[in-house]
Design a protein around this ligand. Structure first.
Ligand SMILES: [Ca+2]
Length: 507
Protein backbone atom coordinates (compact mmCIF):
# COMPACT_ATOMS: atom_id res chain seq x y z
CA UNK A 1 0.00 0.00 0.00
CA UNK A 2 2.82 2.33 0.92
CA UNK A 3 4.46 1.78 -2.46
CA UNK A 4 1.19 2.51 -4.27
CA UNK A 5 0.82 5.74 -2.36
CA UNK A 6 4.39 6.68 -3.25
CA UNK A 7 3.68 5.97 -6.91
CA UNK A 8 0.52 8.06 -6.82
CA UNK A 9 2.45 10.86 -5.16
CA UNK A 10 5.13 10.63 -7.83
CA UNK A 11 2.69 10.99 -10.73
CA UNK A 12 0.89 13.88 -9.10
CA UNK A 13 3.98 16.01 -8.64
CA UNK A 14 3.47 19.59 -9.78
CA UNK A 15 5.25 20.72 -12.95
CA UNK A 16 8.82 21.71 -12.22
CA UNK A 17 8.92 20.06 -8.81
CA UNK A 18 12.33 18.50 -8.15
CA UNK A 19 12.31 15.17 -6.36
CA UNK A 20 14.54 14.66 -3.34
CA UNK A 21 17.74 12.92 -4.42
CA UNK A 22 16.94 9.70 -2.62
CA UNK A 23 13.57 9.41 -4.39
CA UNK A 24 14.84 9.97 -7.89
CA UNK A 25 15.10 6.84 -10.03
CA UNK A 26 18.19 5.97 -12.01
CA UNK A 27 17.62 6.04 -15.75
CA UNK A 28 19.24 3.90 -18.44
CA UNK A 29 18.62 4.86 -22.06
CA UNK A 30 19.70 2.19 -24.54
CA UNK A 31 19.65 3.09 -28.21
CA UNK A 32 20.34 0.77 -31.13
CA UNK A 33 21.05 2.17 -34.59
CA UNK A 34 18.71 1.31 -37.49
CA UNK A 35 16.58 -1.35 -35.77
CA UNK A 36 13.19 -1.81 -37.34
CA UNK A 37 10.25 -2.68 -35.13
CA UNK A 38 9.86 -6.29 -36.14
CA UNK A 39 13.53 -7.12 -35.47
CA UNK A 40 12.96 -8.34 -31.92
CA UNK A 41 11.45 -11.54 -30.58
CA UNK A 42 8.97 -9.71 -28.38
CA UNK A 43 7.49 -8.07 -31.49
CA UNK A 44 6.44 -11.49 -32.82
CA UNK A 45 9.61 -12.35 -34.72
CA UNK A 46 10.42 -16.01 -34.07
CA UNK A 47 13.60 -16.01 -36.17
CA UNK A 48 15.64 -13.45 -34.23
CA UNK A 49 17.26 -14.28 -30.90
CA UNK A 50 16.68 -11.47 -28.37
CA UNK A 51 16.04 -13.10 -24.98
CA UNK A 52 16.92 -10.02 -22.97
CA UNK A 53 14.74 -7.66 -25.00
CA UNK A 54 11.94 -10.21 -24.65
CA UNK A 55 12.47 -10.32 -20.88
CA UNK A 56 12.51 -6.53 -20.70
CA UNK A 57 9.17 -6.46 -22.53
CA UNK A 58 7.82 -9.17 -20.19
CA UNK A 59 8.84 -7.03 -17.21
CA UNK A 60 7.66 -3.70 -18.60
CA UNK A 61 5.58 -2.01 -21.30
CA UNK A 62 6.11 -2.66 -25.00
CA UNK A 63 4.99 -0.01 -27.50
CA UNK A 64 3.70 -1.08 -30.91
CA UNK A 65 3.41 2.28 -32.66
CA UNK A 66 6.72 3.97 -31.95
CA UNK A 67 7.71 6.34 -34.77
CA UNK A 68 10.86 8.30 -35.47
CA UNK A 69 9.66 11.70 -36.62
CA UNK A 70 12.88 12.06 -38.62
CA UNK A 71 13.94 8.56 -39.53
CA UNK A 72 17.66 9.09 -39.96
CA UNK A 73 20.55 8.92 -37.50
CA UNK A 74 21.75 12.48 -37.00
CA UNK A 75 18.38 14.24 -36.88
CA UNK A 76 16.66 11.55 -34.84
CA UNK A 77 19.39 11.56 -32.19
CA UNK A 78 18.89 15.29 -31.73
CA UNK A 79 15.11 14.77 -31.51
CA UNK A 80 15.70 12.21 -28.76
CA UNK A 81 18.04 14.41 -26.74
CA UNK A 82 16.06 17.66 -27.07
CA UNK A 83 12.44 16.56 -27.43
CA UNK A 84 12.16 18.83 -30.48
CA UNK A 85 11.14 18.05 -34.04
CA UNK A 86 13.95 18.35 -36.56
CA UNK A 87 12.66 21.63 -38.01
CA UNK A 88 13.00 23.15 -34.53
CA UNK A 89 16.50 21.88 -33.61
CA UNK A 90 17.81 22.24 -37.16
CA UNK A 91 20.34 19.40 -37.15
CA UNK A 92 20.65 16.86 -39.94
CA UNK A 93 23.04 15.82 -42.67
CA UNK A 94 23.11 18.47 -45.43
CA UNK A 95 21.51 21.01 -43.05
CA UNK A 96 23.86 21.72 -40.15
CA UNK A 97 25.22 20.79 -36.75
CA UNK A 98 23.37 21.17 -33.46
CA UNK A 99 23.49 24.61 -31.92
CA UNK A 100 24.64 24.76 -28.31
CA UNK A 101 21.40 26.40 -27.19
CA UNK A 102 19.47 23.23 -28.02
CA UNK A 103 22.01 20.87 -26.49
CA UNK A 104 21.97 22.86 -23.26
CA UNK A 105 18.26 22.05 -23.02
CA UNK A 106 18.79 18.32 -23.63
CA UNK A 107 17.95 15.77 -20.97
CA UNK A 108 21.64 14.85 -20.74
CA UNK A 109 22.76 18.34 -19.76
CA UNK A 110 19.78 19.31 -17.62
CA UNK A 111 19.77 16.13 -15.54
CA UNK A 112 23.45 16.56 -14.76
CA UNK A 113 22.84 20.14 -13.67
CA UNK A 114 20.06 18.85 -11.42
CA UNK A 115 22.47 16.50 -9.66
CA UNK A 116 22.35 13.35 -11.74
CA UNK A 117 25.58 11.42 -12.34
CA UNK A 118 25.62 11.08 -16.13
CA UNK A 119 27.41 8.93 -18.66
CA UNK A 120 27.39 8.44 -22.41
CA UNK A 121 28.97 5.74 -24.56
CA UNK A 122 28.83 5.06 -28.28
CA UNK A 123 27.75 6.94 -31.38
CA UNK A 124 26.33 10.32 -30.44
CA UNK A 125 25.92 11.00 -34.15
CA UNK A 126 26.35 14.77 -34.39
CA UNK A 127 28.63 17.60 -33.28
CA UNK A 128 27.90 20.94 -31.68
CA UNK A 129 28.01 23.80 -34.14
CA UNK A 130 31.41 25.49 -34.21
CA UNK A 131 32.79 23.27 -31.44
CA UNK A 132 35.24 20.36 -31.60
CA UNK A 133 33.93 16.86 -30.98
CA UNK A 134 35.88 16.83 -27.70
CA UNK A 135 33.48 19.46 -26.31
CA UNK A 136 31.17 16.58 -25.32
CA UNK A 137 33.73 15.34 -22.78
CA UNK A 138 32.86 18.24 -20.49
CA UNK A 139 29.14 17.52 -20.64
CA UNK A 140 29.07 14.12 -18.92
CA UNK A 141 30.59 12.72 -15.73
CA UNK A 142 31.76 9.71 -17.71
CA UNK A 143 32.24 10.08 -21.47
CA UNK A 144 32.94 7.23 -23.87
CA UNK A 145 31.34 8.63 -27.01
CA UNK A 146 33.01 8.30 -30.38
CA UNK A 147 33.03 10.56 -33.46
CA UNK A 148 31.27 9.82 -36.75
CA UNK A 149 29.90 6.32 -37.10
CA UNK A 150 32.28 4.77 -34.51
CA UNK A 151 33.67 1.28 -35.29
CA UNK A 152 32.58 -2.29 -34.73
CA UNK A 153 36.17 -3.14 -33.70
CA UNK A 154 36.28 -2.34 -29.99
CA UNK A 155 39.97 -1.41 -30.09
CA UNK A 156 39.24 1.38 -32.59
CA UNK A 157 36.94 3.23 -30.18
CA UNK A 158 38.90 5.28 -27.65
CA UNK A 159 36.19 5.21 -24.98
CA UNK A 160 35.88 1.40 -24.82
CA UNK A 161 39.28 0.24 -26.15
CA UNK A 162 40.28 -1.12 -22.76
CA UNK A 163 37.62 -3.85 -23.06
CA UNK A 164 38.96 -5.04 -26.44
CA UNK A 165 40.79 -8.13 -25.21
CA UNK A 166 37.70 -9.67 -23.68
CA UNK A 167 35.16 -8.16 -26.08
CA UNK A 168 36.73 -7.49 -29.50
CA UNK A 169 33.29 -6.58 -30.97
CA UNK A 170 31.94 -3.28 -29.67
CA UNK A 171 28.39 -4.33 -28.66
CA UNK A 172 29.39 -6.42 -25.64
CA UNK A 173 32.23 -3.97 -24.92
CA UNK A 174 29.55 -1.32 -24.34
CA UNK A 175 27.99 -3.75 -21.88
CA UNK A 176 31.35 -4.03 -20.09
CA UNK A 177 31.69 -0.23 -20.05
CA UNK A 178 28.21 -0.02 -18.50
CA UNK A 179 29.23 -2.32 -15.66
CA UNK A 180 32.09 0.00 -14.75
CA UNK A 181 29.78 2.99 -15.08
CA UNK A 182 27.30 1.43 -12.66
CA UNK A 183 30.05 1.00 -10.07
CA UNK A 184 31.15 4.61 -10.48
CA UNK A 185 27.56 5.84 -10.33
CA UNK A 186 26.87 3.88 -7.19
CA UNK A 187 30.03 5.30 -5.64
CA UNK A 188 28.93 8.85 -6.48
CA UNK A 189 25.92 8.56 -4.18
CA UNK A 190 23.85 10.38 -6.81
CA UNK A 191 21.03 9.11 -9.01
CA UNK A 192 22.41 8.34 -12.46
CA UNK A 193 21.43 8.67 -16.09
CA UNK A 194 23.36 6.38 -18.43
CA UNK A 195 22.92 6.59 -22.20
CA UNK A 196 24.43 4.06 -24.57
CA UNK A 197 24.13 4.51 -28.32
CA UNK A 198 25.13 1.21 -29.88
CA UNK A 199 26.61 1.12 -33.36
CA UNK A 200 24.66 -2.04 -34.17
CA UNK A 201 22.87 -2.91 -36.35
CA UNK A 202 24.03 -0.05 -38.63
CA UNK A 203 26.02 -0.69 -41.82
CA UNK A 204 28.58 -2.11 -42.49
CA UNK A 205 26.90 -5.29 -41.28
CA UNK A 206 29.71 -6.80 -39.20
CA UNK A 207 28.26 -8.95 -36.42
CA UNK A 208 30.16 -10.53 -33.58
CA UNK A 209 31.01 -14.03 -34.92
CA UNK A 210 29.73 -15.59 -31.69
CA UNK A 211 26.20 -14.42 -32.51
CA UNK A 212 26.19 -15.90 -36.00
CA UNK A 213 25.66 -19.45 -34.71
CA UNK A 214 21.96 -18.61 -34.55
CA UNK A 215 21.70 -17.47 -38.14
CA UNK A 216 24.42 -18.71 -40.46
CA UNK A 217 23.08 -20.55 -43.49
CA UNK A 218 19.43 -20.08 -42.52
CA UNK A 219 16.57 -18.78 -44.59
CA UNK A 220 14.20 -16.16 -43.20
CA UNK A 221 10.55 -15.32 -43.69
CA UNK A 222 9.95 -12.47 -46.13
CA UNK A 223 7.64 -9.72 -44.86
CA UNK A 224 4.16 -9.78 -46.43
CA UNK A 225 5.04 -6.66 -48.46
CA UNK A 226 8.49 -7.90 -49.46
CA UNK A 227 9.98 -7.23 -52.88
CA UNK A 228 9.94 -4.71 -55.70
CA UNK A 229 6.61 -6.00 -57.00
CA UNK A 230 5.01 -4.90 -53.71
CA UNK A 231 6.20 -1.32 -54.13
CA UNK A 232 4.77 -0.53 -57.57
CA UNK A 233 1.58 0.95 -56.12
CA UNK A 234 3.58 3.56 -54.19
CA UNK A 235 4.33 7.09 -55.33
CA UNK A 236 6.75 7.78 -58.20
CA UNK A 237 8.52 10.17 -55.83
CA UNK A 238 9.58 7.49 -53.37
CA UNK A 239 11.08 5.47 -56.19
CA UNK A 240 13.70 8.21 -56.61
CA UNK A 241 14.90 7.78 -53.01
CA UNK A 242 18.08 6.07 -51.96
CA UNK A 243 15.89 3.43 -50.33
CA UNK A 244 14.72 2.38 -53.80
CA UNK A 245 17.88 2.91 -55.83
CA UNK A 246 20.45 1.55 -53.37
CA UNK A 247 20.70 -1.08 -50.65
CA UNK A 248 19.98 -3.86 -53.14
CA UNK A 249 21.44 -6.50 -50.82
CA UNK A 250 17.96 -6.72 -49.25
CA UNK A 251 16.65 -7.94 -52.59
CA UNK A 252 19.66 -9.76 -54.01
CA UNK A 253 20.74 -11.60 -50.84
CA UNK A 254 17.89 -11.35 -48.36
CA UNK A 255 18.86 -14.34 -46.22
CA UNK A 256 22.54 -13.44 -45.98
CA UNK A 257 21.72 -9.82 -45.16
CA UNK A 258 19.10 -10.68 -42.54
CA UNK A 259 21.49 -13.13 -40.89
CA UNK A 260 24.07 -10.38 -40.32
CA UNK A 261 21.46 -7.77 -39.34
CA UNK A 262 19.91 -10.12 -36.77
CA UNK A 263 23.36 -11.15 -35.55
CA UNK A 264 24.15 -7.52 -34.78
CA UNK A 265 20.90 -7.11 -32.83
CA UNK A 266 21.59 -10.28 -30.85
CA UNK A 267 24.90 -8.66 -29.81
CA UNK A 268 23.06 -5.58 -28.51
CA UNK A 269 20.68 -7.90 -26.71
CA UNK A 270 23.62 -9.60 -24.99
CA UNK A 271 24.84 -6.20 -23.75
CA UNK A 272 21.38 -5.53 -22.31
CA UNK A 273 21.65 -8.84 -20.47
CA UNK A 274 25.05 -7.83 -19.06
CA UNK A 275 23.61 -4.51 -17.88
CA UNK A 276 20.62 -6.08 -16.14
CA UNK A 277 22.88 -8.57 -14.36
CA UNK A 278 25.11 -5.69 -13.30
CA UNK A 279 22.14 -3.79 -11.90
CA UNK A 280 21.21 -6.79 -9.76
CA UNK A 281 24.79 -7.29 -8.59
CA UNK A 282 25.15 -3.66 -7.56
CA UNK A 283 21.77 -3.62 -5.82
CA UNK A 284 20.51 -0.94 -8.24
CA UNK A 285 17.85 -2.87 -10.13
CA UNK A 286 14.87 -1.90 -8.02
CA UNK A 287 15.27 1.83 -8.62
CA UNK A 288 16.55 1.89 -12.20
CA UNK A 289 14.23 2.55 -15.14
CA UNK A 290 15.35 1.09 -18.48
CA UNK A 291 14.29 2.51 -21.83
CA UNK A 292 15.23 0.66 -25.01
CA UNK A 293 14.61 1.98 -28.53
CA UNK A 294 16.33 2.81 -31.84
CA UNK A 295 16.94 5.98 -33.86
CA UNK A 296 15.08 4.86 -36.98
CA UNK A 297 13.53 1.81 -38.54
CA UNK A 298 14.80 -0.12 -41.56
CA UNK A 299 12.98 -1.05 -44.72
CA UNK A 300 14.65 -4.48 -44.98
CA UNK A 301 13.24 -5.30 -48.41
CA UNK A 302 9.65 -4.24 -47.71
CA UNK A 303 8.13 -2.78 -50.92
CA UNK A 304 11.54 -3.48 -52.47
CA UNK A 305 13.23 -0.80 -50.37
CA UNK A 306 16.36 -0.84 -48.24
CA UNK A 307 17.58 2.00 -45.99
CA UNK A 308 15.31 4.04 -43.67
CA UNK A 309 14.36 7.76 -44.11
CA UNK A 310 11.05 7.25 -45.97
CA UNK A 311 7.80 7.29 -43.97
CA UNK A 312 6.48 3.76 -44.49
CA UNK A 313 6.07 1.63 -41.40
CA UNK A 314 9.25 -0.45 -41.60
CA UNK A 315 11.52 2.56 -42.12
CA UNK A 316 9.90 4.83 -39.54
CA UNK A 317 9.03 2.50 -36.66
CA UNK A 318 11.37 1.05 -34.05
CA UNK A 319 10.90 -1.06 -30.94
CA UNK A 320 10.27 0.85 -27.72
CA UNK A 321 10.25 -0.86 -24.35
CA UNK A 322 10.10 0.92 -21.00
CA UNK A 323 10.63 -0.94 -17.76
CA UNK A 324 10.06 0.82 -14.46
CA UNK A 325 10.75 -1.67 -11.65
CA UNK A 326 8.79 0.47 -9.21
CA UNK A 327 5.65 -0.44 -11.21
CA UNK A 328 6.54 -4.02 -11.93
CA UNK A 329 3.30 -5.71 -10.94
CA UNK A 330 1.26 -3.02 -12.62
CA UNK A 331 2.92 -2.95 -16.00
CA UNK A 332 4.59 -6.31 -16.53
CA UNK A 333 3.91 -7.54 -20.09
CA UNK A 334 1.69 -4.56 -20.88
CA UNK A 335 1.36 -3.53 -24.51
CA UNK A 336 0.54 0.01 -25.58
CA UNK A 337 -0.71 0.76 -29.09
CA UNK A 338 -0.53 4.51 -28.47
CA UNK A 339 1.34 6.61 -31.03
CA UNK A 340 4.73 7.40 -29.50
CA UNK A 341 7.72 9.20 -30.95
CA UNK A 342 11.46 9.74 -30.68
CA UNK A 343 10.74 13.25 -29.36
CA UNK A 344 8.99 11.65 -26.38
CA UNK A 345 12.22 10.20 -24.99
CA UNK A 346 13.44 13.49 -23.51
CA UNK A 347 10.01 14.36 -22.11
CA UNK A 348 9.75 10.93 -20.48
CA UNK A 349 13.23 11.15 -18.97
CA UNK A 350 12.49 14.63 -17.63
CA UNK A 351 9.29 13.34 -16.06
CA UNK A 352 11.05 10.37 -14.49
CA UNK A 353 13.76 12.56 -13.00
CA UNK A 354 11.44 15.30 -11.74
CA UNK A 355 13.54 17.85 -13.65
CA UNK A 356 11.36 20.41 -15.41
CA UNK A 357 11.25 19.91 -19.18
CA UNK A 358 12.08 23.01 -21.27
CA UNK A 359 8.99 25.03 -22.14
CA UNK A 360 7.28 24.07 -25.39
CA UNK A 361 9.11 20.90 -26.36
CA UNK A 362 7.30 18.71 -28.87
CA UNK A 363 7.60 15.41 -27.01
CA UNK A 364 5.17 14.04 -24.44
CA UNK A 365 5.94 12.07 -21.31
CA UNK A 366 4.99 8.44 -21.81
CA UNK A 367 4.74 7.74 -18.08
CA UNK A 368 0.91 7.87 -18.10
CA UNK A 369 0.94 4.94 -20.56
CA UNK A 370 2.87 2.77 -18.13
CA UNK A 371 -0.10 2.73 -15.79
CA UNK A 372 -2.78 3.15 -18.48
CA UNK A 373 -1.59 1.31 -21.59
CA UNK A 374 -4.94 1.82 -23.34
CA UNK A 375 -4.48 5.58 -23.19
CA UNK A 376 -3.05 7.99 -25.77
CA UNK A 377 -0.65 10.91 -25.38
CA UNK A 378 -1.58 12.52 -28.73
CA UNK A 379 -4.19 12.17 -31.44
CA UNK A 380 -1.77 12.53 -34.35
CA UNK A 381 1.94 12.76 -35.12
CA UNK A 382 3.80 14.36 -38.05
CA UNK A 383 6.64 12.49 -39.77
CA UNK A 384 9.24 14.43 -41.74
CA UNK A 385 11.89 13.79 -44.31
CA UNK A 386 13.92 16.95 -44.89
CA UNK A 387 16.95 15.02 -46.12
CA UNK A 388 18.35 13.49 -49.29
CA UNK A 389 17.17 13.76 -52.86
CA UNK A 390 14.56 16.52 -52.99
CA UNK A 391 12.11 14.50 -55.05
CA UNK A 392 11.71 11.98 -52.21
CA UNK A 393 11.34 14.43 -49.33
CA UNK A 394 7.90 14.47 -47.74
CA UNK A 395 5.72 15.00 -44.73
CA UNK A 396 3.25 12.50 -43.33
CA UNK A 397 0.62 12.30 -40.59
CA UNK A 398 -0.09 9.26 -38.45
CA UNK A 399 -3.27 8.88 -36.39
CA UNK A 400 -4.54 5.79 -34.59
CA UNK A 401 -5.28 3.45 -37.48
CA UNK A 402 -4.34 5.74 -40.38
CA UNK A 403 -1.37 7.26 -42.24
CA UNK A 404 -1.42 10.07 -44.80
CA UNK A 405 1.64 10.99 -46.88
CA UNK A 406 1.93 13.97 -49.22
CA UNK A 407 4.65 13.72 -51.88
CA UNK A 408 5.01 17.33 -53.00
CA UNK A 409 7.52 16.98 -55.80
CA UNK A 410 6.20 17.84 -59.25
CA UNK A 411 8.94 17.90 -61.86
CA UNK A 412 8.12 15.18 -64.38
CA UNK A 413 5.65 13.62 -61.93
CA UNK A 414 2.39 14.50 -60.27
CA UNK A 415 2.31 15.43 -56.56
CA UNK A 416 0.85 12.39 -54.85
CA UNK A 417 -1.34 11.68 -51.84
CA UNK A 418 -1.26 8.33 -50.09
CA UNK A 419 -3.69 7.20 -47.42
CA UNK A 420 -3.30 3.85 -45.67
CA UNK A 421 -5.74 2.27 -43.28
CA UNK A 422 -3.13 0.91 -40.89
CA UNK A 423 -5.69 -0.81 -38.70
CA UNK A 424 -6.40 -3.32 -41.49
CA UNK A 425 -3.48 -2.72 -43.87
CA UNK A 426 -0.40 -2.45 -41.66
CA UNK A 427 1.81 -3.42 -44.59
CA UNK A 428 0.59 -0.42 -46.65
CA UNK A 429 -0.40 -2.33 -49.75
CA UNK A 430 -3.56 -0.38 -50.58
CA UNK A 431 -3.56 3.38 -51.12
CA UNK A 432 -7.09 4.54 -50.39
CA UNK A 433 -6.42 8.22 -51.19
CA UNK A 434 -8.42 8.09 -54.42
CA UNK A 435 -11.08 5.84 -53.01
CA UNK A 436 -14.37 7.73 -52.66
CA UNK A 437 -15.66 5.93 -49.51
CA UNK A 438 -12.62 7.23 -47.64
CA UNK A 439 -13.07 10.87 -48.72
CA UNK A 440 -14.04 12.05 -45.24
CA UNK A 441 -10.99 10.36 -43.72
CA UNK A 442 -8.76 11.86 -46.40
CA UNK A 443 -10.15 15.33 -45.68
CA UNK A 444 -9.54 14.87 -41.97
CA UNK A 445 -5.96 13.77 -42.53
CA UNK A 446 -5.31 16.65 -44.91
CA UNK A 447 -6.59 19.06 -42.28
CA UNK A 448 -4.12 17.65 -39.76
CA UNK A 449 -1.37 17.87 -42.36
CA UNK A 450 -2.15 21.53 -43.02
CA UNK A 451 -2.22 22.18 -39.29
CA UNK A 452 1.28 20.69 -38.85
CA UNK A 453 2.53 22.61 -41.87
CA UNK A 454 1.40 25.85 -40.29
CA UNK A 455 3.30 24.81 -37.17
CA UNK A 456 6.48 24.58 -39.25
CA UNK A 457 5.84 28.06 -40.63
CA UNK A 458 5.29 29.46 -37.14
CA UNK A 459 8.12 27.72 -35.29
CA UNK A 460 10.84 26.79 -37.79
CA UNK A 461 14.46 27.28 -36.75
CA UNK A 462 15.85 30.23 -38.69
CA UNK A 463 19.08 28.59 -39.78
CA UNK A 464 20.11 25.51 -41.78
CA UNK A 465 17.64 25.85 -44.63
CA UNK A 466 14.30 24.73 -43.20
CA UNK A 467 12.32 27.90 -43.99
CA UNK A 468 11.43 26.67 -47.47
CA UNK A 469 9.43 23.68 -46.26
CA UNK A 470 6.09 25.38 -45.52
CA UNK A 471 6.08 26.30 -49.21
CA UNK A 472 7.57 23.10 -50.58
CA UNK A 473 5.31 20.78 -48.62
CA UNK A 474 2.16 22.86 -49.20
CA UNK A 475 -0.71 20.96 -50.80
CA UNK A 476 -2.03 24.08 -52.54
CA UNK A 477 0.90 26.24 -53.68
CA UNK A 478 1.56 25.55 -57.39
CA UNK A 479 4.69 23.65 -58.38
CA UNK A 480 5.97 26.66 -60.35
CA UNK A 481 6.38 28.57 -57.10
CA UNK A 482 8.16 25.68 -55.44
CA UNK A 483 10.64 24.75 -58.13
CA UNK A 484 12.90 27.82 -57.68
CA UNK A 485 13.33 26.99 -53.98
CA UNK A 486 15.00 23.72 -54.83
CA UNK A 487 17.86 25.56 -56.43
CA UNK A 488 18.20 28.07 -53.61
CA UNK A 489 21.42 27.89 -51.71
CA UNK A 490 21.28 28.72 -48.01
CA UNK A 491 24.03 30.96 -46.72
CA UNK A 492 26.58 28.90 -44.83
CA UNK A 493 26.83 29.56 -41.15
CA UNK A 494 30.07 31.47 -40.43
CA UNK A 495 31.25 28.87 -37.97
CA UNK A 496 30.17 25.86 -39.98
CA UNK A 497 33.09 23.47 -40.43
CA UNK A 498 34.38 23.39 -44.00
CA UNK A 499 35.18 19.70 -43.82
CA UNK A 500 32.54 17.47 -45.34
CA UNK A 501 30.94 15.68 -42.43
CA UNK A 502 29.97 12.52 -44.15
CA UNK A 503 32.46 11.89 -46.93
CA UNK A 504 31.53 8.25 -47.45
CA UNK A 505 27.83 8.99 -47.83
CA UNK A 506 26.85 6.57 -45.07
CA UNK A 507 24.21 7.77 -42.67
CA1 LIG B 1 20.26 5.19 -37.55
Amino acid sequence: MKSILLILAFFSLPHGFVLAAEDRPNIIFLFSDDQTIRAAGCYGNKEIVTPHLDKLAADGTRFTNHYNTSSICMASRCCVLTGLYEYRHGCNFDHGDLDRRFFDNSYAVKLRRAGYFTGFAGKIGFVLQGEPFEAFENEFDVWAGGPGQTDYVTAKNKGIAKYADEYPHCSRAYGAWALDFLKAAKGSGRPFCMSISFKAPHLPFTPDPIDMKHYEGKTFTRPANYGVENGRHLSPQVHTSRAATGYREWIEDYDGTVAKYYGLITGVDAALGMIREGLEREGLARNTVIIFTSDNGYNSGSHGFGDKVIPYEEGAKSPLIIYDPRLQKQHASQVSDAITANVDMAATIFALSGVAAPEGIDGKSLLPLLTNPKGQVRDHLPLFNFWGIESAQSMAIVTPGWKYIHWYYGKGMKPTDELFRLSTDGVEMFNTAENTPQAAQLDAMRALYDQELSQIAARVVTEHGYEKYPTLFSRTIPWEQKAPLLKAKTAPSPDKPKKKRNPKGVE
